[in-house]
Every structure is written in structure tokens, then in C-alpha cells.
Design a protein. Structure first.
Length: 475
């Protein structure tokens, strides 16, 4: 905490990012004056403004509040690694000797003051982090959580202690979503580390999968000597925690330390008996939708037990979890149509989401709309994308969302479509055309999938499909 004692002003470049905006909220809660720049106006940036933070959408130094510049010694500048090097505001702060740090570095500085539970992995870390935050709240532990999504339980990506004295208490729990992008998670030294998956991703940052695996091993070895590393059994052999205690989890592999048994599904809700080294937690209902969350739940049970949280509160936290915005989020659930939005943007995530939906709605036609995210990811994983998306009955494939990248010659959505063998595929990029096609043909179960601008379809699709009755099936 003392690291920021002399700071009055915090300027954030890329303030609308889901991870960095949690830091904006944190410093705002500390009473600092917070402002920032983002390229795009969004629901999140508007929320930050309504909470008292200044947000500019112009890359112009004149938009920076004057007191931030005149009071340089008391101004902290935080930036996302995705910010372009030629950003004028970034260049101004850099060239004029301001105190500048990446988002991950600042999160590491904060986390060093507390007992940190770091949730890592190429998939599942946002949901698991949000579930852990809810378990901590149910246990009355009054901790922090810096999340990579909007938890519907708190309607935010930041959880703060209710009692101010917890801000300065060393044993206070802090949940950190440990992001592998730009090797960000190497700034953390957690007491408890979770690793969900280690798949090929962010190959614009990493040379290959071996490079990713090696970096995850660097991360777990930064765990406190008296800590614990919690690893998905599927990748157990890849993760070497050396002298740090390691436990494994899975959905139902009985060779693990933590696994589920007696799995049952009723009205869209999975209930399990969770087997742990200290006994069985019976009749554990899982609030998060989809079968993949059985496996996620076992990771959270292991982390919660490592943090000393009692069974009663683990059960309550898992059962009362309402989900994460854009993770298996139901928007329409009527007699004629169901519409679910999901952030899945990697082949494994797509496969898990589609399979979960098929289990919830057996026999229904599943139609997907997918917007690939990043040219490099599409190029490197085109065959895997095609295989995952082929589990749909029909697919509308949108243009690639570039995010931070420039186009790559010969890389577009067609390289996915031409590899698909079973599913009916249409390539459409206009939102109006997509909605017209769906309303004209009718849908039973519709999924929007992707991490880019596809979320702009959510409101018009919901409005178009919402005037129908509830089905008998899931959710």
C-alpha cells in the first residue's frame, strides 16, 4: 500500500480494457483522481465515467487533466501492453519522465500486500476467478478480486473489502486473474496458483506452445514456498512446481486429488459430489451453466480449501454464483428460441461451449454466429477452429476482428470455412443481414461467439427474439 501513498492522480491508457479498468476502479476507491484514454466508447467506459472517472476518446495530450501534468511527481501512469507505440498520449508521458507501469506490474505491486489466489490458464480463468470471489464473499472473508470479466454477482470486475481496515491487513485474500498475454502473470507471486489449461494461443507473443508451457512453469515457480499449485490433470505432466506442493483436479478422474462423482443434471443445473483429500462435499449445486463448469468447480474447491474456507461457504459460493457477463449468458429463453452469448474465441473454448449447449438442449438445432479474433490466431488455428465449429448445425461466420493487429495477406474467415466438413456455413458481416437471415429462417438455439465487436449484436438479437414463451428445457 505504501507504494502508492504519495500518488494523487492515476492516468490509465486503454482504460476501457476489462482488466485494466479494474485497476481504475481500485484507485478510484482509494480516493485518487482517476482519468484515462481509450480508443472506443463502450458500456464499460460509460460506467467508469458515471463512477466519477474522466475518460477521453481522443489521442490528444490536451485531453489529459492539467493537474496530472503539472503535478508529475504525484501522478502514476498505467498502460495496457496492447497500446500502439505511436500513441501520442503514451509518448508524451514516456518522453517526459512520468512514473509509468504496465497493468500487470501494478497488479503485482498491489497483490504483494495480500494473500493472493492467482487463477491462470488459457481458458476458464475468468469464470474461476469470479466463482472464487463469490466464495470469499459468502465466507465473509472480505477480500479483493481483480477480474477479467463482469461478475453478475457484484456487477463489476472489481471486488473490494467492505471494511476499510482490510486494505492494510496482510492476511486479506486477493483473487487475481493471472493473464498469460504479454507474460503478464510473471509479475505475481501468489500463495495459491491455479493452472486450468495450457494451449497454443497468443502466438504473436510466444514462439510456440513449448514457449507457452515454459512460461507457465516460470509462473508456478513464483508461488510462495509454503503455497500450493493446483493443476488440471490434463496438463499435470507439463507443469513442474518443483519444491512447491502440487495437487490435481479434474471433472471425474478418480486418480486426482479433487474430482466430481455422482454427476446429475436437472433443469439446466449440474449437481455433484465433490471428492477432496479431506472428504466428500455432497450435493454441491453449480450455479454456472454448462458441463465445463464441473471441472472449473473442482479447481475452485481446491483453491478454497487451500485458503482455509469451510465447506458450508464453498457450497454456498458455488451454488449462488450467477455467472459472468458474456460467459454462457442467456438473453432469450422462450418456447420458440433460446439465445446465448459467449466470449469463446479459442477452439477449445468453442468446443466446450457448443458441447455444453448441446447437452442442455438435446435434439435442438444449434446455430452459431462466430467472429474470429486476431489474424494471427485465425491463421495459426484455422483447422482447430473448423473442427470445433463443425459441431454446430449451422454457422454464420463474420470477418476477423483485428484488435491490435494489422491484416495479414491471405488470412480471412474463408480459411476456416473451407476446412469445415459438416456444418452449413454462411459468410456474412452485416449485423442487419445477419438478423434478417435468422428471422427469415427461424432459430431454435442461437449462439453468438467471439471476443471482438460481436457483442454489438446482443441487444438487437435479444430484441428480435425475445417475445416468446419459456421452454421446458434448460436454464
Amino acid at each position: 500500500m505504501n507504494r502508492f501513498g504519495q500518488i494523487d492522480n492515476v492516468y490509465i491508457i486503454g482504460i476501457g480494457g476489462i482488466g485494466i479498468s479494474a485497476l481504475a476502479r481500485y484507485f478510484n476507491a482509494l480516493g485518487k483522481t482517476v482519468a484515462g484514454y481509450d480508443l472506443h466508447r463502450s458500456e464499460l467506459t460509460e460506467r467508469l465515467q458515471s463512477e466519477g472517472m474522466g475518460v477521453s476518446y481522443l489521442d490528444n495530450v490536451d485531453t489529459v487533466p492539467p493537474q496530472f501534468i503539472s503535478n508529475r511527481e504525484c501522478t502514476l501512469v498505467i498502460y495496457t501492453p496492447a497500446i500502439p507505440a505511436d500513441n501520442k498520449i503514451f509518448s508524451f508521458f514516456k518522453n517526459n519522465g512520468f512514473d509509468m507501469h504496465k497493468r500487470a506490474e501494478v497488479l503485482g505491486m498491489i497483490a504483494d500486500n495480500y494473500t493472493t489466489i492467482a487463477i491462470s490458464g488459457t481458458h476458464g480463468k475468468t469464470t474461476n476467478s469470479c466463482v472464487m470471489a463469490n466464495i470469499i464473499q459468502c465466507a465473509g472473508k472480505d477480500g479483493f478480486a481483480f477480474l477479467g470479466g463482469i461478475s453478475r454477482n457484484i456487477d463489476s470486475n472489481l471486488m473490494l473489502p467492505v471494511k476499510r481496515q482490510q486494505y492494510d491487513r496482510q492476511g486479506t485474500l486477493l483473487v487475481a486473474e493471472a493473464d498469460e498475454f504479454d507474460r503478464s502473470f510473471l509479475w505475481l507471486s501468489p500463495k495459491i496458483a491455479v493452472v486450468t489449461y495450457v494451449d497454443a494461443d497468443h502466438l504473436d507473443i510466444y514462439k510456440d506452445r513449448n514457449d507457452i508451457v515454459n512460461t507457465f512453469n516460470q509462473f508456478v515457480q513464483k508461488c510462495k514456498p509454503d503455497g500450493v499449485v493446483i493443476v488440471n490433470k490434463k496438463i499435470d505432466t507439463l507443469i513442474d512446481s518443483k519444491a512447491i506442493r502440487k495437487v490435481t483436479y479434474s471433472e471425474s478422474d478418480s486418480t486426482c486429488d479433487y474430482y466430481a462423482t455422482n454427476i446429475r443434471l436437472s433443469n439446466g443445473i449440474y449437481t455433484i459430489d465433490a471428492v477432496t483429500p479431506s472428504g466428500v462435499i455432497s450435493n454441491l449445486s453449480i450455479g454456472a451453466k454448462g458441463r465445463v463448469n464441473i471441472e472449473n468447480t473442482m479447481a475452485c474447491v481446491a483453491a478454497a480449501q487451500a485458503a482455509g474456507i469451510e465447506e458450508t461457504f464453498i457450497k454456498e459460493g458455488v451454488a449462488t454464483f450467477k455467472g459472468v457477463k458474456r460467459r454462457m449468458e442467456f438473453h432469450v429463453n422462450t418456447a420458440e428460441a433460446v439465445y446465448i452469448d459467449d466470449y469463446a474465441h479459442h477452439p477449445r473454448e468453442l468446443a466446450a461451449t457448443i458441447q455444453s449447449v448441446k447437452e442442455l438442449f438435446p435434439g435442438k438445432k444449434i446455430t452459431g454466429i462466430f467472429q474470429p479474433h486476431l489474424y494471427t490466431r485465425t491463421r495459426d488455428l484455422a483447422a482447430e477452429f473448423a473442427e470445433s465449429l463443425d459441431a454446430l448445425d449451422e454457422l454464420i461466420l463474420m470477418d476477423i476482428y483485428p484488435a491490435r493487429e494489422q491484416p495479414i495477406e491471405g488470412v480471412d474467415s474463408h480459411i476456416i470455412a473451407k476446412r469445415m466438413k459438416r456444418c452449413k456455413v454462411s459468410l456474412i458481416n452485416s449485423n442487419d443481414e445477419i438478423i434478417s437471415k435468422l428471422l427469415g429462417e427461424g432459430v431454435e438455439v442461437l449462439l453468438t461467439l467471439g471476443a471482438g465487436s460481436i457483442d454489438r449484436l446482443v441487444e438487437p438479437l435479444t430484441e428480435a427474439l425475445s417475445n416468446r414463451k419459456k421452454p421446458k428445457c434448460a436454464s
